[in-house]
Design a protein around this ligand. Sequence first.
Ligand code: PLP
Length: 548
Amino acid sequence: MSSILIDKDILLDCLGITQENTSNSLKLIEFCKREDIKAWVSEHSVSEVCRVIAGSKNIKEFFNKLKDLLEIFGVLSLNKDNIFSAISRLDTDYWVSIQYEVAKQAGIKYIVTNSPHSYGGDSQNPEVLTPEAFMERVKEEEAGSIPPLDLKPELHQFWDEAQKGLGRVIFSTSFILGDTVKRFEEEFAKYCGVEHCIGVASGSDALLISLMAIDVGPEDAVITTPYTFFATAGSIARLFALPVFVDIDSATYNIDPNGIEKLIKESCYWDGEALWIESPDVRTSPLNPRYFPKRRRVKAIIPVHLFGQTADMERIMEIAKRYNLYVIEDAAQAHGAECWMVGSGPKRVGSIGHLGCFSFFPTKNLGGWGDGGAVTTNDPELAEKIRILRVHGSSPKYYHRFVGINSRLDAIQASVLLAKLPHLDTWIDKRQRVARRYMDLLSLNGRVQLPEVAGYVARHVWNQFVIRIKGDGKRDQVQKRLKERGIGTGIYYPLPLHLQECFSYLGYKEGDFPNSERASRETLALPMFPELREWEQEKISRELGEVL
Ligand SMILES: Cc1ncc(COP(=O)(O)O)c(C=O)c1O
């Protein structure tokens, strides 16, 4: 149960203008606050209420009260098509049709009013309920399903700003780059504590363009983890470079610096300026069937801050410095996460390596309403090159210094991200609260291994809450049983990258990275989002106890 549409009669009751059902209406508001249910009103209701206030004796007092109420409620308006659709329902009162259309447009399941009879009998979708009936329904629904991620409850927190921003972009008709993208880049750079941020089309492109900016190509190799989303290694292979995998630390799921040291010691050689690695015969690669240099220069490390927890950046930066390597942080899942660094205290991801790559895919802690990404850096030359690379390598326009790609953050996405960014820290705090509650609830369950927060992590931002369930096939069984009980979970990731079909040309085999392989078999991501409620977590914990 994430949101409801409140009828104007409840607004009038709460203001004290009508008093037939005041106590019910006030109870409803308190209930919504307590249960974290987002209440919306239609713009039409607000206009109606304003009209009534304007005809009353206490105009100022009522307007002030209305303002306070609208701090709690979100306001929804209708587009032209929905207005026409409301008008065309000749069998229903226009006012009632408007309420139905508003609720439908926003995917709201319930309209709450003290006079359901005025909505007629045909109220299946959305359903019309009195405050008492609605409160009862919530209790019944507590036995219902819990999705792995629900973005709806946070919508009304930034809806007004998003609408204003979208309106500005649309009416300016400046859809590509322009002021909105520039403003977001400045704000996000400030948030990450870096000099430069360059908006690109996705997190995958952020990685690809970052590698292009440091001239990674067929002569090069890049070290990364096999336990990550495909794009981390896909971007390396796309440039005909060699992905070299290093296993994860089994407690944090992040690349293990000891493993990087071991790889360098056992499989690389240092000529005083550069680090080299023998290249496997990659003639079978689907991407570069003709190119297989015998040795490649190791040019960079891509650590991934998986699930919202930073990799061990102090150690990784030290190794990179020793061997003249770039560090490209894959921070797609970790906006705002921080790592303790000797000498400078906690540092935000994206500001530690030479380049930081972010995704604004909707499921991320800062997600847009479509694809989006960004690269952050303190290096002015890399920043300039990335700005050029994202527009086909041209500077000035139509004069191409590099062979770049078309990869720009959409102005529409930038306006949504600008509306959401001021809420990010509050949402991270809420995610931390959810994580603490899980830790308390699940610590009693000896069969579940809880996530571990490493000592070097100054701020975990909990993009995912991932538990481990040991035993052959047990994790998949548990996921299936939870699904039957209405609890959605996720598996990140079921097959590590070194065992993916498209990377078979690299010559890795099962057993090469045991920690990643075990994680792929044992990990399960529980529902995690800022507005996940206490009773939902209690239910998840209870059900998990029963199905294990
Ligand atoms: C670790 C990691 N890297 C890269 C990406 C790619 O980001 P995008 O989906 O925006 O291309 C993702 C997104 O899922 C990710 O989780």
